[in-house]
Design a protein around this ligand. Sequence first.
Ligand code: SF4
Length: 337
Amino acid sequence: MRPISYSRATDVASAVEAVTIDPLSDYLAGGTTEIDLLRQNVLTPRRLVDISRLPLTGVEELPGSLRVGALSRMSDVARHPLVRERLPMVAQALELGASPQLRHMASIGGNLLQRTRCPYFRDGVSPCNKREPRSGCSALTGVNRGHAVLGTSEHCIATHPSDLAVPLVALDARIHTRTALGERTHTIHDFFLPPGDAPHREHPMEHGELITAVEIPETPMARSSLYLKVRDRASYEFALASVAACLTLDGTTVTGVRLALGGVATTPWRARRAEAALLGAVADRDSFARAAREELAAARTAPTAMNAFKTELARRALVRALEILAAQRPARPGSPA
Ligand code: SF4
């Protein structure tokens, strides 16, 4: 048994300082992922700083955006009236994640930083470049049905597990953090790093840097947005493929679209090729299918044939999400983008 010292932070500055000065320390918030990884010896800190009672909660309305405190509980954000009204795909992604018990404990910041569900990462012993750099990737030749087909490298093919991150990528969210030197802001597109040759590095934050809030820009089209999640069972399961989608039409022409994919890529995946293919196109099944094909053209399955089905699954999920939105929003001139 390894001893771990524990302290509870009373303010943000002292929490950041305590973790920054000790390279073997870590934050503890909801603990819904971290406790598992401690038990499995995947994480081995000697000190935990409990930040769960810091005043980083709540949903605040700012001009043109909503700011969500990083320690807000998933369940609180999912049922917040402003989130439900203006960002339904964010509320849906939160409600479709984990289980009710976990959603009552897990924080927004922790959700974004949760580690991959790759079993070789979590078993604590298999070669895994993400857990132990340059040790190899067991998934490449092992059981890889749940692994990624987009954004992979020869060093790691693990999917990013967060549902919440998918609509946040579609909406160009910003991540606010605090370091010992002051505050920083990361665009969400720079926040999730592809594995490349360093899969152990998942985000650009420095040791001790703490997420304080997520700011989600408002766009009128997000009010009729959708999060569609496809998984092996209807509850308490990670996505095999998921889609966050917003769509606006003028007549039958697509005038605005935001798309992101989850469950199929090493990072929450903004589907920019599909967006470009759809803008100005007729909003029908053929256009949706063509856009989905263009997005998934870069999907790579060899030598991991077990997950080859994900490419077609993601295509179909993308088409389905767009069809649902198009049916929900009868074409009318002048729809705002
Ligand atoms: Fe590790 Fe990534 Fe390979 Fe899984 S896919 S074993 S996390 S390197």
